[in-house]
Design a protein around this ligand. Structure first.
Ligand SMILES: Cc1ncc(C[n+]2csc(CCOP(=O)(O)OP(=O)(O)O)c2C)c(N)n1
Ligand SMILES: [Mg+2]
Length: 650
């Protein structure tokens, strides 16, 4: 019997295939792709573009909605944010033109892979046949005829393929879907599609387009690993859980809460893990590490056993390996990825977080921390939370010192936190705000906190807010963005206008890079090159007057509804107005000015950034001395978590 085939171009086959992919976990099913973002140019306009048009006019079986964006990097951010909000069960495809359109996606690819969030990238390539080479935007490598700019995606992608012949497409597509839906492997997935191949026709087996379900696994832990982990916890006097993003992606919040309530073990949170326990839970100690709370960092410094759950142990989490100061501190790493589970010489429990935490609760029956430890947690938290309250509501002696119309950043964070709904989502990525949010934001819903701090990419905020909103229209989304971050990527406000997506952007104007300025100063570099100023005619340096930049007018010109805050009553009114804005009314921008000299409360933690070892500047020499002192507190974190014991008898 001859096989039934269907004649389509490669691009038509890609679109039809993607529209028919589904994911499933715990019996819940959803489309794997909500749609396709893109910008057309040569390469995709007549390939994927033609296929998307045909699909929109006559979706045949399934529709893959197309959304035009303004910047290719941004569309990857939007897809990542969407996928994160959907616990990695659903994402978008991104199509871009040959050359710069495609390489604009590289930063987004790196961000997706670093954060382990699925996104499908479809860069276009120059002619596979090379008959007209070099075409516009073609990279010519004299020593290697088959290299294109798209090879730059290889190290950034968890799966990469280039379809140079139509016959290669099915295996490329299946490999891409497998990677996107694998909790261990997921990240940026790239299928490079040369422009001629996109438009080439082929007879495809009809079953290629049959609806396909991709099961997202929950691998359980080996029983012996749970037993070993439980033994180690039982030996601990001062255990601590560090909850990472894996707690959220696995939906393990309730399992974590049950474990902590049963045992009294306190929980500290990474950026991606924040909100693992709701604010106010007795075991919730908040942020840990360089941007941590005094409570979590004190417990971390003293901990003898640390249970990392779904964390990649970034330097911000470990305060560059100074957070854990107990000499014999040992780690248990619950992680679906063996790579992460092996870090810090930990006892590795390779498993889905929810499965492993549930099993660990069972194995820890009868175990609880000392009641004195519970009291200590409560006292430490009360002390920190009082500091947050003051930061949210600065006393008159602080506010009186501020110039007219200026706020502290903590005050702005506090106002937004207190005035929005518990289910609303805060979005952020770079600048001084992520650290402040990590410390200060009170999370009241498991999906209420979305700070991208794996790649900490300026410009993520606005496109990401759109992604979060598209993923869940029942929540308002508040993107907190600095003036530096805003200037990197205001463009997607236009996309939000086009799609009538309600996102609220809180644009914090402080005339430059407060974060890097403070970092520079602490390293002895005198805030060099971090302020937005005119170049002074006399000094020749960037220390002239402030620039006459009006970001409120800029946002307004892009079609956003802009509210400019001028006083305290105005701040409250602005948030209320944004909340009340129509759900399909497009973006709202709240423009507020802050005085960056007033910092948020600090836990005295550290982040390792090298200082010049020799310098003519006094400031750098002083900073280097301080640096060496801090360096001496770094720990290698190599204590074996499992002593070998005697050899087994044969
Ligand atoms: C794309 C990108 N470029 C550079 C950096 C390094 N960086 C981190 S924060 C920052 C300044 C951010 O300025 P702004 O958004 O105004 O926030 P503020 O520091 O003033 O709070 C820079 C340049 C980065 N994280 N991302
Ligand atoms: Mg700034």
């Amino acid at each position: 019997m001859t096989q039934e085939t269907v004649r389509l171009t490669v691009a038509q086959a890609v679109v039809r295939f993607l529209a028919n992919q589904w994911s499933e976990r715990d019996g819940e099913r959803q489309k794997l792709f909500a749609g396709c973002f893109g910008i057309f140019g040569h390469g995709n306009v007549a390939g994927i573009g033609q296929a998307l048009l045909q699909n929109e006019l006559d979706p045949q079986d399934e529709w893959l909605p197309y959304v035009l964006v303004r910047n290719e990097q941004a569309m990857v951010h939007t897809s990542v944010a969407y996928a994160r909000q959907k616990d990695r069960l659903q994402t978008w495809a991104c199509t871009a033109s040959v050359g710069p359109g495609s390489t604009n996606m590289l930063t987004g690819a790196a961000l997706a892979t670093v954060n382990r969030i699925p996104v499908l990238l479809l860069p276009s390539g120059t002619f596979a046949t090379r008959v007209a080479a070099p075409v516009l935007q073609e990279l010519e490598v004299p020593s290697a005829g088959d290299v294109t700019v798209n090879d730059a995606f290889r190290p950034l992608s968890r799966f990469f393929d280039r379809v140079s012949r139509p016959e290669q497409l099915p295996s490329a597509l299946l490999g891409a879907m497998r990677t996107l839906t694998d909790p261990v492997e997921t990240g940026a997935v790239t299928i490079a599609l040369p422009q001629d191949v996109q438009a080439e026709a082929w007879d495809w087996p009809r079953e290629l387009f049959a609806p396909r379900m991709w099961h997202v696994a929950r691998p359980p832990a080996e029983a012996s690993r749970i037993a070993a982990a439980a033994d180690l916890v039982r030996s601990a006097r001062r255990p601590l859980v560090v909850a990472g993003g894996g707690v959220h992606y696995s939906g393990a919040e309730a399992a974590l809460q049950a474990l902590c309530e049963q045992t009294g073990i306190p929980v500290a949170e990474t950026q991606a893990g924040k909100g693992a326990l709701p604010h106010g839970h007795p075991q919730a100690m908040g942020a840990v590490g360089s941007t941590g709370t005094t409570a979590a960092n004190r417990l971390a410094a003293e901990a003898d056993v640390v249970i990392g759950v779904g964390t990649r142990w970034s330097d911000f989490t470990t305060a560059s390996r100074t957070a854990f100061q107990d000499n014999g501190v040992r780690f248990i790493n619950i992680n679906v990825a063996r790579f992460d589970a092996g870090k810090h010489a930990g006892l590795s429990v390779v498993a889905d977080a929810r499965e492993a935490l549930t099993a660990l609760s069972g194995a820890l029956e009868g175990y609880a921390v000392d009641p004195a430890h519970l009291e200590r947690q409560a006292a430490l938290w009360t002390e920190w939370d009082a500091a947050v309250e003051v930061a949210y509501h600065p006393p008159a002696e602080v506010t009186d010192g501020l110039a007219e119309g200026l706020f502290t950043q903590s005050e702005v964070i506090g106002a937004v936190n207190e005035l929005i709904d518990p289910r609303d989502v805060v979005v952020c990525a770079a600048g001084s705000m992520p650290g402040d949010l990590h410390k200060l934001w009170r999370v009241r819903d498991r999906k209420g906190y979305h700070v991208e701090y794996g790649y900490s990419c300026m410009g993520y905020e606005i496109p990401a807010a759109i992604g979060v909103r598209l993923a869940d229209e029942s929540r308002d989304v508040f993107a907190m963005v600095g003036d530096g971050g805003y200037l990197m990527m205001p463009t997607e406000l236009v996309t939000a206008v086009q799609e009538r997506v309600k996102v609220v952007v809180v644009l914090v104007q402080n005339h430059g890079f407060h974060s890097i300025g403070a970092l520079s100063q602490s390293l002895g570099s005198q805030r060099f090159g971090t302020r937005y100023r005119y170049r002074d005619e006399q000094s020749g340096r960037l220390d002239g007057p402030r620039l006459p930049v009006d970001l409120a007018a800029n946002a307004r010109s892009l079609g956003a509804h802009v509210i400019e805050v001028r006083d305290r009553a105005g701040l409250v009114a602005a948030v209320a107005e944004a909340k009340a804005a129509p759900t399909d009314g497009g973006p709202v921008v709240i423009h507020v000015e802050t005085d960056p000299s007033l910092q948020s409360p600090d836990s005295g933690s550290w982040w390792d950034v090298p200082v010049a070892q020799v310098s003519e500047l006094d400031t750098t020499q002083v900073a280097y001395a301080a640096y060496e002192e801090r360096k001496s507190t770094q720990r290698p974190l190599v204590t074996p978590s499992e002593p070998p014991g005697p050899p087994s008898q044969a």
